[in-house]
Ligand binder design. Structure first.
Ligand code: GLU
Ligand code: ZN
Length: 486
């Protein structure tokens, strides 16, 4: 029996829900689902200047869309709340007071001007800019404006264990006397994180690699408080194809974008899991359950994963093809106004025809709009195969129209057989015939299989569209006729 875990995600509500948040949540979710325990959502809203009021709701909604759910959080009652750091200020102030009382932290009332001067002088000496310790031994009155800093030992070194990288040791002399409480008495990220992870009983911290630089500060804080340190695992950063840290300019980063652009949650989760984990044997497709069953935090890959949209699209296509038609129809309805307005039976009949051809659900409208319009306006040029004439094409389309009109009901087998027979009779290649008919029926070059599409459209509609196409060919006023292109 392994012990249950307590894990958390601590997204900052500063903007659109980020795929990096989904990635971190997925790995935490996997650990808690595998081992049992609790997964806490904590809102890291300590930075009030970057706070965005809608962001928290959007993060929760998009994570729910992905199926990543929490045991505790701002919307789920639990024993460890409140779950917004902005509602926990009293807890941080009390914690900081214990550090001041024990001599591990001190008040600092240095002005911005003084700190700027100190940094400028350090830079001029080619030193790393940092706080110079001016207030370490001074006594600053609690009622004067001040920050509180950690009194980092000047000597010795600090070691910490990263579950993926082993022990990392750094000299204390390189660690700044970090600010714990800001002038407005709000906590910094470092203080709030350590205090909350301890208060909430967090056992494992799985978070983005960019926070590894904060580890010495956090470890020194845990030591100053006399608290046990949770196990840490820093997930490899997602990267743009040029290997820079994933960014909006080079890759869509908002989960909302992926939802609205026709990606399936299963595909995005599978893809994000692949970024940091391997199921062996180059297995690229796996379900969330398979991932959870295989997951071990210390087997997380540390190589820099590239967020390759083309690969995600491929995987999305795989999942689209695996999804049963009624489910896929419901998903289309959720993102496409055209699908939402469509007759559900027709939509569910169309879905199997297009599932093979879509990498994103959003391709539906382009592929299928011709099912939902009253009139197609095929272009004269499109209707006539390269080596054929207007008169010849009009005659063939008229014959195709008669094939449709003479069929009792349209079924794919009989319609295809009779159109092929027609092709033979008039010495048209099937490719020519089907292309001309396709343009007449849909107005476009790429469609779902045209025979099946015609059967779904129904006899009367097909006759009307073929008649319209014949009219386009027979119209002497046709502008394209009047001005031949070459
Ligand atoms: N707000 C931080 C983030 O979104 C939390 C980092 C942490 O997990 O400690 O990356
Ligand atoms: Zn100072």
């Amino acid at each position: 029996m392994v012990d249950p875990v307590v894990v958390r995600a601590a997204p900052s509500p500063t903007g659109d829900p980020h795929v990096g948040t989904a990635y971190v949540c997925l790995f935490n979710y996997a650990l808690r689902t595998k081992r049992g325990g609790r997964f806490i959502l904590r809102i890291d809203d300590t930075d009030r200047t970057r706070y965005n009021a809608d962001s928290e709701r959007k993060i929760i909604e998009e994570l729910a869309w992905l199926g990543l759910t929490f045991d505790e959080g701002p919307e789920t009652a639990g024993a460890d709340g409140p779950y917004r750091q902005s509602e926990r200020t009293a807890i941080y102030r009390e914690a900081v007071q214990t550090l001041i009382d024990s001599g591990a932290a001190y008040r600092c009332d240095c002005t911005k001007e003084r700190l700027d001067e100190v940094r400028a002088a350090q830079r001029a000496r080619k030193e790393q800019p940092r706080y110079d310790g001016h207030c370490r031994e001074r006594s600053v009155a609690p009622d004067a404006p001040h920050v509180v800093r950690l009194k980092v030992p000047r000597d010795g070194e600090t070691s910490f264990l990263d579950g993926l990288r082993g022990t990392i040791t750094i000299a204390n002399s390189t660690v700044d006397d970090q600010v714990l409480l800001k002038t407005d008495q709000h906590p910094t990220y470092h203080l709030a994180t350590v205090v909350d992870d301890h208060a909430m009983g967090v056992t494992h911290i799985l978070r983005a690699e960019e926070w590894i630089n904060s580890m010495p500060k956090h470890v020194l804080l845990y030591k100053a408080f006399g608290w046990d340190i949770p196990q840490h695992f820093h997930l490899p950063l997602l990267r743009n194809p040029d290997r820079s840290k994933i960014s909006k300019r080079k890759n869509p980063t908002s989960i909302t974008w992926y939802r609205e652009n026709g990606f399936l949650p299963e595909a995005l989760l599978n893809f994000l899991a692949l970024m940091g984990f391997s199921l062996g044997d180059d297995q690229e497709e796996f379900t969330l359950d398979e991932f959870v069953a295989a997951f071990e935090p210390d087997a997380i890959k540390t190589s820099a994963p590239v967020f390759d949209l083309t690969k995600l699209e491929w995987l999305n296509g795989v999942y689209i093809r695996k999804t049963p038609a009624p489910v896929l129809a419901a998903k289309l309805v959720a993102i496409s106004p055209m699908a939402a307005a469509a007759d559900r039976t027709l939509l569910e009949a169309i879905v199997p025809l297009i599932a093979e051809r879509m990498k994103r659900l959003t391709e539906f409208e382009d592929l299928c709009d011709f099912f939902f319009v009253d009139k197609i306006e095929p272009r004269y040029d499109d209707l006539i195969p390269k080596k054929r004439t207007e008169t010849n094409t009009a005659a063939v389309l008229r014959a195709a129209r008669d094939v449709v009109a003479n069929s009792e009901t349209l079924t794919p087998e009989t319609l295809e057989a009779s159109l092929r027979a027609l092709g033979e009779e008039v010495s048209w290649k099937p490719r020519e015939l089907f292309m001309s008919v396709r343009f007449a029926i849909s107005g476009k070059k790429v469609t779902p299989p045209i025979i099946e599409s015609m059967c779904l459209l129904g006899k009367a509609e097909c006759i009307e569209r073929l008649d319209d196409a014949i009219d386009v060919l027979g119209d002497p006023e046709n502008p394209i006729l009047a001005a031949p292109s070459s």
